[in-house]
Ligand binder design. Structure first.
Ligand SMILES: Cc1cc2nc3c(=O)[nH]c(=O)nc-3n(C[C@H](O)[C@H](O)[C@H](O)COP(=O)(O)O)c2cc1C
Length: 214
């Protein structure tokens, strides 16, 4: 088995190290962040760090790279106070990946990637029409990760749109019914398959399958 210790990790070429560290912790979510500037320029960028923060109140978070260069999404949601999170699905992975290209501020990655910008229920930020799961968020807070200058951005979930048939009776979302994609590192994409759902774990009792209902 290959073993990287702290000393060896320090000496690795930076691209190799980034790939290794970015992928060894597992499959990640894959989302497109939609936002709009005060002058009306829309922006779209892929993020693989979106995580659930809490459900009561409903919140999500994501990691934003350090503000050492222009970050359009950040500038937009700080000004507008809102952004959208749109799941990447199987048939839009190339378009989604392309949104990570660094375009000038006034250029919309919606247009450049060929994805369709859509506005729902008077929410300020643009959604991705092709995304099966769309979430409208209000920016509420940010925390600096002092060790590397990244920011943990917190958004309050105000709207969720998803296919009726993907929601189980108890609210759990059968993500593979939407062909939701997960990402590996910064350039790999996978189509996960749900193989089981298990009852709440209790001491000294093995959980039962609830995949066909609780
Ligand atoms: C698969 C993938 C995942 C990414 N995840 C993140 C992320 O979680 N956080 C981040 O700051 N940038 C991430 N990026 C880079 C952004 O997509 C890229 O910097 C983009 O240009 C940001 O757009 P903006 O400057 O318009 O906000 C990722 C790129 C790829 C290809």
């Amino acid at each position: 088995m290959k073993h990287f210790n702290a000393e060896l990790l320090k000496e690795l070429p930076s691209r190799y190290k980034a790939n290794l560290i970015n992928s060894c912790t597992g499959y990640k979510s894959s989302n497109l962040l939609g936002s709009i500037s005060s002058s009306g320029n829309s922006n779209l960028a892929i993020f693989n760090s979106v995580v659930h923060i809490g459900s009561n109140p409903p919140m999500l978070g994501f990691i934003l790279r350090p503000l050492t260069i222009r970050r359009d999404s950040y500038n937009n949601f700080k000004t507008a106070g809102a952004f959208t999170v749109n799941q990447v699905c199987q048939n839009i992975i190339k378009e989604a990946h392309h949104t990570s290209a660094k375009y000038d501020e006034g250029i919309s990655e919606f247009e450049k990637s060929g994805l369709t910008e859509t506005y729902l229920d008077d929410f300020e930020a643009p959604y991705v029409s092709e995304s099966p799961i769309k979430i409208g968020c209000r920016y509420i807070n940010e925390y600096e990760i002092k060790e590397n200058g990244c920011l943990l951005i917190i958004g309050a979930i105000e709207h969720i749109y998803l296919p009726e048939e993907s929601i189980a009776n108890d609210g759990w979302v059968h993500l593979d019914k939407t062909n939701a994609i997960s990402s590996v590192g910064l350039d790999g994409y996978a189509l996960p398959k749900i193989i089981e759902r298990l009852s709440y774990a209790k001491p000294n009792e093995l959980s039962k399958s609830i995949i066909h209902g609780a």
